[in-house]
Design a binder for this molecule. Structure first.
Ligand code: ZN
Length: 302
C-alpha cells in the first residue's frame, strides 16, 4: 500500500447537474424533483471509465441522491469504491447553524450506511465550504476524515480553515479527524487550483499532468475531484445564468470524459479511507513547505 502522504486519490462528488452552485438562486431545492435527473447515467459513465482503467476511488455521494438512487450507490460500492458523504442538502456549511449542519451530515451518513451496509468515514463539504466550527461536529458524527478544504486564499464561494498550510497532509486537523486538502499547484507567487472540476476541464491535459507530477515531487499527495455532470455536454441549459457562471458550468464538458480516462490511466489511485487505514499511512505526515499565498479563482465547483 503506498504511503498516503504521497498517494493519488481519485474522488467523485456524486450530485446532479442542477445541484451546481453555478445556478445560484435560479434553482431551489423545492424544485429539484422537477428537473431531468442525469446523475445515474453520468455516474455510470464515470464507473465505466474507472473500471476500464482498473482504478478505485472515493465517491462523496449527496444524501439526497443516495436516497433516490440506492441501486446506484450499491453499484459504486460493489465496484470496490469507497462511499463517503457530500452532505444531504448541498447547502454551504458556512450558511448553516451548527445544529443544522449536524442534522445534515448525520442524515446523509445514515442514508448511505443504510444503502451500503458499510460505515461512511469521509466527508466533503458542498462547494468546499468547510469552516473550523464544523470539524468537531464531523468527528462527533463518526467521520474520521474530511476532504473539504481548497487552500486558496481567495474564492467567492469556498470556505476556510484557519491555520492550515496549503498541500499539507494528510494530517490530523483536530484529534480524531484527518484532513486531506484539495490539491493546488505552486506557480511563482500564486497557488493555482489543480484539484479538478472546472479547472480540469479548462487546462490542457498535458499541462495538467505535468502539474500533478510536480505536486507529487514535492512530497504531497494528489487529490483529484470530478462531478458526474462535468462530462455531460447534454445537460440542460438554464435561462437567466450570468455569463461567468454559464462558462464555469459548461466549459469543455465534451472533452472531460476522454481526459478523465487519460488521467485515470496515468497515475496509481486508491480510495482515501483505505489509504488512511493502511499501517504505513501515518495520520500526521510531515507538512511540506507552505505555498505562496496568492490565489486564482476560476472555474472550480464542488
Ligand atoms: Zn457538490
Amino acid at each position: 500500500m503506498p504511503d498516503a502522504a504521497r498517494a493519488c486519490f481519485m474522488t467523485v462528488d456524486v450530485e446532479d447537474w442542477f445541484h451546481s452552485y453555478n445556478y445560484g438562486p435560479l434553482v431551489s431545492r423545492d424544485h429539484w424533483p422537477n428537473y431531468e435527473s442525469r446523475v445515474e447515467r453520468n455516474t455510470e459513465r464515470v464507473l465505466d471509465i474507472l473500471a476500464r482503467c482498473s482504478v478505485r476511488g472515493t465517491f462523496f455521494v449527496l444524501g439526497w441522491v443516495g436516497e433516490r438512487f440506492p441501486h446506484l450507490v450499491r453499484r459504486v460500492a460493489g465496484a470496490g469504491h469507497e462511499v463517503a458523504s457530500h452532505g444531504y442538502w448541498h447547502e454551504p456549511v458556512y450558511s448553516l447553524t451548527p445544529d443544522a449542519f449536524r442534522d445534515d451530515v448525520q442524515r446523509s451518513k445514515a442514508v448511505l450506511e443504510d444503502v451500503t451496509g458499510l460505515p461512511v468515514l469521509g466527508y466533503r463539504a458542498p462547494c468546499f465550504s468547510i469552516t473550523n466550527w464544523a470539524l468537531p461536529i464531523l468527528r462527533e458524527a463518526g467521520f474520521t476524515y474530511d476532504s473539504s478544504f481548497f487552500p486558496l486564499t481567495a474564492h467567492d464561494r469556498y470556505g476556510r480553515l484557519e491555520g492550515i498550510e496549503p498541500n499539507a497532509g494528510p494530517f490530523e486537523v483536530i484529534e480524531g479527524l484527518t484532513e486531506l486538502c484539495i490539491s493546488c499547484l505552486p506557480a511563482g507567487p500564486v497557488a493555482l487550483p489543480w484539484g479538478g472540476g472546472g479547472y480540469f476541464r479548462l487546462v490542457p491535459f498535458g499541462l495538467w499532468r505535468l502539474g500533478i507530477e510536480r505536486i507529487l515531487r514535492r512530497g504531497a499527495p494528489y487529490i483529484f475531484y470530478i462531478h458526474p455532470w462535468d462530462m455531460d455536454p447534454g445537460q440542460p441549459h438554464m435561462a437567466g445564468m450570468g455569463r461567468l457562471n454559464a462558462w464555469r458550468q459548461r466549459v469543455n464538458l465534451s472533452r472531460c470524459a476522454e481526459r478523465l480516462e487519460a488521467l485515470a490511466g496515468a497515475f496509481s489511485w486508491q480510495p482515501i479511507g483505505e489509504a488512511l487505514a493502511a499501517p504505513r499511512a501515518a495520520p500526521s505526515a510531515p507538512r511540506p513547505a507552505p505555498l505562496p499565498t496568492g490565489a486564482v479563482s476560476m472555474a472550480g465547483r464542488a
